[in-house]
Design a protein around this ligand. Structure first.
Ligand code: TPP
Length: 564
């Protein structure tokens, strides 16, 4: 059989090191699937196309390398779109392939018609139809180049007749298709930075995702300046929880002592972070920012100086020149306050805190402490994000992935599947709310089918917990129909899928359920039934909201008494 355009595409993906394609097969994707079948690439058939996009995004977020997903004509493509926002919002390179009907049916309102280039326009940096065998090599090259260059989604539409047609040449210049290199700082910027830092008395260093692989330099910087290191949630995994310099997060995923320190410092060095919540950042002009993305410099807080460069080479250059500071007062104050905060977190996470109820903090703490030291945690969105992110004590080698920019519910399991496929021997744990798990629970079957040993921990509160809290904070009466829901028995569901399932209803069940799930081979679910009325710590609470919250609590009590 002669080579098809699909072979051209698959050949290029093989050459750049793509190991899997996550997809749901169908009509126009058949030639693609056939080419994959004959290649070294693994076809991972999902149960819902959103799961394919999430898996590709999870891989790309963890590795910075191209993730690939595919959905077929019309509805197969529309399902793909939602999951692709994970890659676009978190700046991860993904190639999305969507099938399309043969070209001679275009414009005839044929079954499953969509306008794919319009459909993917918002989520993709580049979207194009492979319109002929002749233009395929150049367009495939351009798409992959765009995904790497812009660190986002590139999309190709594959009309059925074109993708199955005889190939006309291979993709050119494959050697150029690779992740962006680091950007070096220029000398004048470093000199300026050195002066500013030297002049400041209380320096705090805020670390975001751009600080990955710079842990050693951050330690040196902190020691040299006696400066506390704080982090956004995307930077949490960079250093071990118990490193004395790693003081904690900011905002709702963070601590009051860190918030206070940020407000007290006279220089906040923001490194590789585009932390969006301006109300947790200083309003006085004390920010100096380093980032390799020009567009993020200065956009969240009053910034007096910006350096367009990657964090690691900037720290190297800085450390070659930066004088030491002697005064440890600022660091020590925060350190003391941090220990007190930690004691509070420990008390809240104590599984023996209540006899008959499991507190969600205990679930997060237990999972974090029992996980493999190099595990990957994938957080879902909701109250559960706060439990996972505030109570897991990361090892420094563990990684944390989430939907931190897209903030989408139902995204953890799909991303976990993609990450597990990279290395089936590495422990991958998806931590989900019950609402989030319900959304895409079919993807658990993808894990079983493709032997992806993902462990799912469900904080089961029979509610969209965060929405309940949101409604209360604006003074709304509880809307049970909208917020609460019944759940299936998730442990029984796991077993029905051919996997292991564990349920913890009572505090004494928790440790065993989590330990057994983590130790078993293959995918597993822990259904942890947690207290639904647990409140997160609010490091920086708006007093007005406390008022609303109190009103809502009173209204709830009245309704309970009157049976309303
Ligand atoms: C796809 C999507 N739909 C809706 C929302 C709005 N939303 C934010 S948090 C949340 C509740 C999530 O509930 P659950 O998964 O049970 O987690 P919990 O808050 O109870 O921990 C919802 C519906 C969203 N962010 N994403």
């Amino acid at each position: 059989m002669s080579e098809t355009v699909a072979d051209t595409l698959v050949g290029a993906l093989e050459q750049i090191g793509v190991k899997q394609i996550f997809a749901l097969i169908g009509d126009s994707l058949n030639p693609l699937a056939d080419a994959v079948r004959r290649s070294e690439i693994e076809w991972i058939g999902v149960r819902h196309e959103e799961g394919a996009a999430l898996a590709a995004a999870g891989q790309a977020k963890l590795t910075g390398r191209l993730g690939v997903c595919a959905g077929t004509t019309g509805p197969g493509s529309t399902h793909l779109v939602a999951g692709l926002y994970e890659a676009s919002r978190d700046h991860a390179p993904v190639l999305a392939l969507s099938g399309d009907m043969p070209r001679d049916l275009h414009g005839t309102d044929y079954i499953q018609t969509t306008a794919p280039d319009l459909l993917f326009r918002d989520v993709a940096l580049y979207t194009e139809t492979i319109s002929s065998a002749g233009n395929a090599p150049a367009v495939i090259h351009q798409a992959i180049a765009a995904a790497y260059a812009g660190r986002g989604v590139a999309h190709l539409t594959l009309p059925q007749d074109v993708i199955g047609a005889k190939a006309q040449g291979a993709v050119p210049s494959v050697a150029t298709l690779k992740p962006r290199p680091q950007i070096l700082p220029n000398e004048t910027d470093i000199a300026d930075l050195v002066v500013r830092i030297d002049r400041a008395e209380r320096v705090a260093v805020m670390c975001g995702a751009g600080c990955h692989a710079a842990a050693d330099e951050l330690r040196d910087l902190s020691d040299r300046l006696k400066a506390p290191l704080i982090h956004s949630v995307k930077g949490k995994d960079i250093m071990p929880y118990d490193d004395p310099r790693w003081m904690g997060g900011i905002g709702m995923i963070g601590t009051k002592p860190v918030y206070d320190a940020v407000m007290r410092c006279d220089l906040l060095l923001m490194l590789g972070t585009d932390y969006p919540y301006a109300n947790f950042l200083p309003s006085k002009p004390v920010v100096v920012q380093v980032d390799e993305r020009a567009e993020v410099l200065g956009r969240r807080a009053p910034t007096v100086f910006g350096v367009l460069a990657s964090v690691r080479p900037t720290l190297h250059a800085l450390l070659a020149q930066l004088p030491s500071k002697r005064d440890r007062g600022f660091f020590d104050d925060l350190s003391k306050a941090r220990h007190k905060w930690d004691e509070m977190l420990d008390r809240q996470a104590d599984p023996g805190r209540s006899k008959d109820r499991i507190h969600p903090q205990a679930v997060a703490r237990m999972v974090g402490d029992l996980a493999a030291r190099d595990a990957v945690f994938v957080f879902d969105t909701g109250l559960n994000t706060l439990w996972s992110a505030n109570w897991i004590r990361q090892s420094g080698r563990q990684r944390i992935i989430g939907s931190f920019n897209n903030a989408a519910v139902g995204t953890a399991l799909g991303q976990a599947n993609g990450i597990a496929a990279i290395d089936r021997t590495r422990q991958v744990i998806a931590l989900c709310g019950d609402g989030g798990f319900n959304m895409l629970m079919c993807e658990f079957m993808t894990a079983v089918h493709h032997k992806l040993p993902v462990k799912v921990v469900i904080y089961n509160n029979s509610a969209f917990g965060l929405i309940h809290l949101e409604a209360e904070s604006i003074g709304l009466a509880p809307f049970e129909k909208g917020i609460q829901f019944p759940n299936p028995d998730f442990a029984a569901f796991a077993r029905a899928c051919g996997a292991r399932g564990f349920r913890a209803d009572r505090p004494e069940d928790l440790r065993g359920a989590i330990a057994e799930a983590l130790a078993c081979d293959g995918p597993a679910i822990v259904d942890a039934v947690v207290a639904a009325d647990e409140l997160p710590n609010l490091p920086h609470v708006d007093l007005g909201q406390i008022g609303h919250f109190a009103q809502a609590k009173i209204r709830e009590a009245v309704l309970a008494v009157t049976g309303g």
